[in-house]
Write a protein that binds this ligand. Structure first.
Ligand code: ADP
Length: 395
């Protein structure tokens, strides 16, 4: 079975093609296109590339195209992206203005280009279905809760991959298969063992932190939308709703202008005075730019805030994991996050930390009770696998 995972950005299309055989999933090809203006043309280019590389004979050799979709009203989990699912995504488009509209347009285009090929979405919110109600609930009227305004959580595919892989690396093979089967079988049974406590830090263009007990998410730093939680590259992250209402009145901002501001002019970009890539912010800070230094300090403070929250809920920690573009490649940021935590049992090995960039490994000192790991994430694999399972059960 061949499954193409398409990752759709507002001006990009990245893809990975997986083949599912007896021995498991195999990555056949990956690639991407930037500065996309015409999705129909880009999808055709992508299919042509796969034929040219010899991994596909015909587009009809695809058994499904799968997507890491963000949010829809009343839908989560792994589903067929029918027109009614797309309408449910449209209903929540303004919760994810940078994500839902391009995904909806891209999925419709795939449906047109590949009629008859199943289109499947694994919602990023699916991983949080077992988070306790006390974590999910906002203190708002019941009608808002019924409308879907609760802490949903995102980056589910990435944090699920980290849950599986960290269990393997920590010698908990008894759990890793159960975590892989989570969506089919529910939380894995744990017989008498001490629970496995992991905090996963997905730090990239979008960032979030999740607490994992035996591989099951107990919460996530994102709320109802992927604009919340930590400061994002150009999105504000958490903000007091009354500060928002006050500034809308003060600056005469309408809803659309406010949305645009929070979504494109917030986050690290706002803090640093215009830089939204952490590499640029770091080099600015190193050359004395005070705003850039503050942007880094705010990010580190917020990361530590969420780690602290999950550390308490988990009653301690077995491993802290760093992943995604920022987490995998920036030893200096990992050092700042882990600084002065020896009383919590967390000590980095400076040499190991410095040497590990973009690869998997342990960066804590050998006698650190809490392990610190770097694990490159693989969201596409999680998406492809769930799509394969959905097709297997309902061809
Ligand atoms: P996205 O969330 O858009 O998928 P990434 O996970 O690639 O993005 O994260 C982008 C962030 O990661 C940027 O802030 C960038 O500074 C940082 N990053 C990516 N690659 C590297 C690298 N090789 N070295 C340092 N930082 C990196």
């Amino acid at each position: 079975m061949n499954i193409l995972v398409a990752n759709i950005g507002s001006t990009s299309l990245k893809y990975r093609l997986y083949a599912f055989r007896e021995e498991g999933p195999k990555l056949l090809a990956k690639g991407g296109f930037e500065r996309v203006t015409d999705y129909a043309a880009t999808i055709n280019e992508c299919l042509a590339e796969l034929r040219h590389n010899g991994v596909l004979q015909e587009a009809s050799d695809l058994d499904a195209v799968a997507f890491k979709v963000i949010v829809a009203k009343g839908i989560s989990g792994c589903v067929r992206l029918t027109e009614s699912a797309l309408e449910a995504m449209e209903h929540f488009s303004r919760l994810a203005p940078a994500h839902n509209p391009p995904y909806i347009a891209g999925i419709r285009q795939f449906a047109e280009t590949l009629p008859g090929v199943p289109l499947i979405g694994l919602f990023e919110t699916a991983f949080y279905q077992w988070a306790p109600p006390a974590f999910r609930r906002y203190a708002v009227p019941a009608s808002w809760q019924e409308a879907g305004m609760e802490r949903l959580g995102f980056h589910g595919a990435s944090h699920k991959f980290i849950a599986e892989r960290s269990a393997q690396l920590l010698g908990r093979e008894d759990l890793s298969a159960g975590i892989e089967d989570l969506y089919q079988k529910g939380p894995p049974a744990v017989a008498g063992e001490k629970p496995l406590r992991v905090i996963s830090c997905h730090l990239g263009g979008s960032s979030s932190i999740t607490g994992l007990r035996n591989g099951v998410a107990i919460g996530n730093s994102f709320g109802t939308s992927p604009q919340s939680g930590l400061p994002q590259n150009n999105r504000s992250g958490d903000l007091d709703p009354f500060a928002l209402l006050h500034m809308m009145r003060e600056e005469n901002l309408d809803v659309a202008a406010t949305e645009k501001l929070l979504c494109t002019e917030g986050g690290l970009k706002a803090l640093s005075g215009g830089y939204n890539d952490l590499r640029d912010i770091k080099s600015q800070a190193d050359s004395g730019n005070e705003q850039a230094r503050l942007a880094i300090d705010v990010l580190v403070e917020q990361i530590r805030h969420w780690i602290g929250s999950f550390y308490l809920s988990l009653n301690g920690l077995d491993a802290l994991v760093f992943t995604a573009g920022i987490g995998e490649n920036n030893p200096w940021l990992r050092e700042a996050v882990c600084r002065d935590l020896d009383q919590l049992g967390l000590q980095l090995d400076p040499t190991k930390n410095e040497s590990l960039r973009g690869e998997e490994g342990e960066i804590s000192s050998p006698d650190s009770p809490v392990k610190v790991l770097v694990i490159p994430t693989n969201e596409e694999l999680v998406v492809a696998r769930e799509a394969q399972r959905l097709l297997h059960h309902t061809p």
